[in-house]
Design a protein around this ligand. Sequence first.
Ligand code: DLL
Length: 427
Amino acid sequence: MEYIAREELEKLQFLRLKETLRRVYKSSPFYKRLFKENGLKPLNFKSLKDLPQIPFTTREDLRKNFPYGFLTLPLNRIVRLHTSTGTTGKPKAIFFSKKDIENSAGLIARSMKMTGAKDKDVFQNMMSYGLFTGGLIFHYGAEKLGLLVIPAGAGNTERQIELMMDFKTTIIHITPSYALYLADILEEKGINPRKNLNLRMAYLGAEPYSESTRQKIEQIFNIKAFNSYGLSEMNGPGVAFECQFKEGMHLWEDNFILEIIEPSTGKVLPDGEEGEIVLTSINREAMPILRYRTGDIAFVYPDKCQCGRTHRRISRIKGRVDDMFIIRGVNVFPSEVERILMSLSEVGRNYQIILEREKSLDVMRVKVEIKKELFDGSLEHLRGLEEKIKAKLKSELMLTPKVELVEPATLPRTTGKAKRVIDKREI
Ligand code: DLL
């Protein structure tokens, strides 16, 4: 399936799309209504090109129809739910049939195999088990591929280290911010991750991070780190994954139809142009979602991957449409700030962006942890560095930030998804 000819892949996509349209038209309360309101009938879809006739589905739609408004199966056919917390209100609840669970495990197994995972590997899953998909969905996939799975979950870092050492863990699944936190704790305990651990790979995902952060993690642990993308609404992880060439993530197009749109107009953009990822699940039973606006910003690589797989690749996620903030007219993605900071060798592993208002002007203050080796009990001798960071941010972002250096390991650390931006402007 990974190397299927494009033409065959598109044929399969259309078959699965038709099946999905029939299913939602017949049984999903939300889509029954939507199709009726827009005069749409599954029979009228003659090719993939007809897909844009369907209006987008948004997070707001999921929220308004919470909890069961998207289901296409009765509850006796549903075996699990996961949720994803939004910024406000109720979480989004996503349901799985037995086949959906089996299928999502298959996509994880396929992704892990692509990176070179073997059944003799020891896999420590350091993402939260429970309502979050990063734990269980990945777990089932790793088991399917036959690895020894340690269901460690997130947090309890000392215990994680003990597990890694006792069982000689070779692969970890972890958020990039937790990986950096883990590195801090290992350092504090005098354990050298390059020598005292047996890691060879990490799967990093669930939040935006920069290429420099990936490289930092690879260097600290002496491993290969692969980017992994997904969202609860589309099973969770296993939507797109990097291959050995690590240039973009292959999005599994036999399961999802990929579109990139211009966020303000909804216009579909050609490959190569940056915009919002829109996904249609075409291999889900319990709760297929059509043309879902993910909010995630990326582009599709227009060329073929050296590995020969035919599923198109999406770029590293730049951020979410709603993470972007505007300071004095300049649009800033937190991931841009991160990329700039992490490219400086003096910068440590953590940072925080604070947005505030000074005399009715918006200001971006960036707190930056310095590298441990530079800290001698005071920050006084580092004024020059402060200026350097400020100048670098200013020249790349076109806005003048305030920069505040802080001691290593003093900013809040997380074992899950990091919250980097604190917006005090409304208060
Ligand atoms: O985070 C699923 C997941 C678990 C993906 C484990 C990868 C690994 P949600 O909690 O619903 O699901 O959050 C989905 O997280 O829309 C993106 O904004 C962000 N995200 C996920 N993976 C990446 C990534 C899981 N590799 C939301 N890079 C998505 C950047 C990511 N952002």
